[in-house]
Design a protein around this ligand. Structure first.
Ligand SMILES: O=C(O)CCC(=O)C(=O)O
Ligand SMILES: [Fe+2]
Length: 250
């Protein structure tokens, strides 16, 4: 039996393409969420928080992002992102990590890579890969922020041991020649969810442009226990997320 590609479900499309674009509802929570991100972008921070350099030209919100503003978690619940992520992936995922990062990097600090990959007889990153929701708030004009190579997460071979960069093997370079590329632009309301096993690349900021992104990582419960739960900040984040889902369901 054959089905027209135009008739597939959202989750089938996500399996094949590896990404999904959606829009946040325009609510009070969303307005708060955006205004806090803008404040962080202009380094107008709440007491006890700071921005610290991670990669050259970028700064991450410390000590953690989830305690900065309640809207950073409630936005997920309000937009039923928990259900969306589960439906897209066909798995019950949980929130493992939340990052807020500003950037003035005119060179890509993360060129083409997979977050999870096998190198010889070692693997790096969660297997199966995490799924991320990422939102690059438009701060002036929408501009390209992230590129993803469509379908590359299912275009992978196990025994790679020659890498041009971490997370990008010689074979991945060939894969990039054949996979179409989707550009995600900074936006007033549109987020991207993607399978982090796919090849993706951060687009450098334009001169005099400062960008900000918020990044949520979702993994299976067992992966959370194994890889993330030893750190208190991950545990606290995860509890807040799971409690918010549970109280919504009451
Ligand atoms: O835009 C960013 O800072 C990071 C994008 C990325 O490669 C990731 O979060 O995995
Ligand atoms: Fe990445």
């Amino acid at each position: 039996m054959a089905t027209k590609l135009s008739d597939i479900t959202e989750s089938q499309r996500y399996y094949l393409e590896g990404f999904y674009e959606g829009k946040f509802l325009d609510t009070e929570t969303f307005q708060k969420f955006k205004s806090e991100l803008l404040n962080i972008c202009s380094e107008n921070l709440k007491e006890d928080f700071s921005l610290e350099e991670k990669y050259l030209g970028t700064k991450d919100l410390r000590p953690n992002a989830f305690e900065y503003c309640e809207s950073f978690i409630s936005i997920l619940i309000e937009n039923k992102i928990d259900k969306l992520v589960n439906n897209l992936t066909g798995k019950r995922l949980t929130l493992a990590h939340l990052q807020v990062r500003t950037s003035l990097a005119e060179h890509s600090y993360m060129p083409w890579h997979r977050d999870s990959y096998v190198n010889g007889d070692e693997y790096v990153g969660p297997i199966p890969p995490a799924h991320k929701l990422i939102f690059y708030l438009n701060t002036s004009n929408p501009s390209p922020k992230l590129e993803v190579a469509i379908g590359s997460h299912i275009c992978r071979f196990r025994n790679q041991n020659q890498f041009i960069l971490p997370g990008c093997s010689n074979l991945d370079r060939e894969i990039l020649n054949v996979c179409p590329v989707k550009q995600y632009l900074s936006s007033d309301d549109t987020f991207l969810i993607f399978n982090t096993g796919m090849l993706h690349s951060v687009v450098p900021d334009q001169k005099d442009e400062k960008s900000i992104r918020i990044i949520y990582s979702f993994v299976e419960r067992g992966q959370f226990e194994e890889i993330f739960s030893h750190k208190n900040s991950h545990l606290m984040l995860n509890n807040t997320y799971e409690n918010a889902i549970a109280s919504k369901e009451l």
